[in-house]
Unconditional design. Structure first.
Length: 373
């Protein structure tokens, strides 16, 4: 293949990859981005499309590796640094994301989105004063940009400026009333204020716009969990995990719900499944350890009860052997038999909790067409 043919092939596949990314068809975007790179290795646009496609499939380590290759191929392009920082952020490594995002801002200081992402990384890594200074600069530029408004809401909420965060979140809903993400962000901000009923309403509004919006189901489940509406919370969190297998926050809250209900075996299975997808999630690991400790304590208590019952049965048999009347013998032997029977029943583990999660429903949340609180 000549150089011109290779370039033409790469352009064709890049156009397809870009179109697939626009509609969220990430595996198809990955296929075309890789085909473009096969034609023209180290093509920067193809590397960027491939990284985005991998991010869309939650393959964070691969996405970061490809983004690094893009930075090496085009170190003066701010977007390559931005995407590298973003890939670290979605993997939860905000402190690591600060350096590439700083470089993105340095290279393209007039890109407010880069500033907003830097503010998020700074805030999440503990540099809150600097994060506040950065986001205040972004806030002055974000009046009509819904994405920037959303990110301002996120940062101000994380900084504890809840009223300001809610103003930005509600502004995002006004700018994009048909976008479920705007309603989900409002739900998230309200949940951070512990206004869980209002948060559940906003999450419900997002789900009504997009029933497959896993983040809104997770937020609804969390708000219901905090309100102790366990049946509805279980349904919502299970739906979030159905739509997004391995979703860490939903798994954490669902495991905590099962643990609160005493359904320890099921809580452990939820933790194990999520940790298989992400072994580094510390909160889930702690919940799993608590569940295992609870199960071990139950086993100890069960064994102690069994030992006590067996001892009582032995004493009853000894009493029967030394008894002088048939009535005492009969009573002692019956008591011993009952103690043994109860010991056998107690020694058995509780049956596995295989009851499926209830189906999610929104009918009880709020009347159709009602505005979120």
């Amino acid at each position: 293949m000549t150089t011109a043919d290779a370039q033409a092939t790469a352009r064709r596949h890049k156009a397809r990859a870009e179109a697939a990314l626009e509609i969220g068809r990430y595996p198809l975007a990955e296929k075309d981005a890789r085909a473009a790179l096969a034609a023209v290795p180290k093509d920067v646009d193809a590397l960027l499309y491939l990284s985005r496609a991998l991010l869309g499939q939650s393959r964070h380590d691969e996405a970061e590796s490809v983004a690094r290759a893009a930075v090496e191929a085009a170190p003066a392009d701010g977007y390559t640094h931005y995407l590298l920082g973003f890939s670290m952020q979605v993997a939860g490594r905000h402190a690591d994301a600060v350096a590439p995002l700083r470089e993105a801002v340095r290279l393209q200081p007039r890109a407010p989105r880069y500033h907003a992402r830097l503010a998020i990384a700074l805030c999440e890594s503990g540099a809150k004063d600097e994060a506040r200074a950065v986001i205040e600069h972004v806030a002055s530029l974000s009046a009509e940009d819904a994405l920037l408004v959303d990110e301002c809401a996120r940062v101000y909420s994380a900084l504890g400026a809840h009223e300001t965060a809610e103003q930005f979140a509600r502004r995002a809903v006004v700018l994009r009333p048909s976008d479920p993400t705007s309603h989900w962000r409002l739900a998230w901000v309200l949940a951070n204020q512990r206004r869980f009923d209002a948060s559940a309403d906003a999450a419900t509004a997002a789900i009504e716009l997009d029933p497959n919006y896993w983040a809104a189901w997770e937020e609804l489940g969390y708000s219901l969990f905090e309100q102790r509406s366990d049946h509805e919370a279980e349904a919502a969190l299970a739906e979030a995990l159905r739509l997004r297998p391995g979703l860490r926050s939903a798994a954490y809250n669902l495991a905590a719900l099962y643990r609160r209900q005493g359904r320890l075996a099921r809580a452990g299975r939820v933790c194990d499944a999520a940790l298989e997808a992400d072994p580094r999630h510390e909160q889930l690991a702690r919940v799993r350890d608590r569940v295992r400790a609870d199960l071990a304590q139950l086993d100890r208590q069960r064994n102690e009860r069994v030992a006590l019952l067996v001892s009582m049965a032995i004493l009853s048999v000894i009493s029967a052997l030394n008894a002088r009347s048939m009535v005492t013998v009969a009573v002692s032997l019956v008591f011993a038999a009952c103690a043994v029977a109860v010991a056998v029943i107690t020694a058995r583990r509780a049956p596995e909790d295989d009851v499926p999660a209830p189906s999610p429903t929104l009918s009880a949340r709020r009347p159709s067409g009602a505005e979120p609180s």
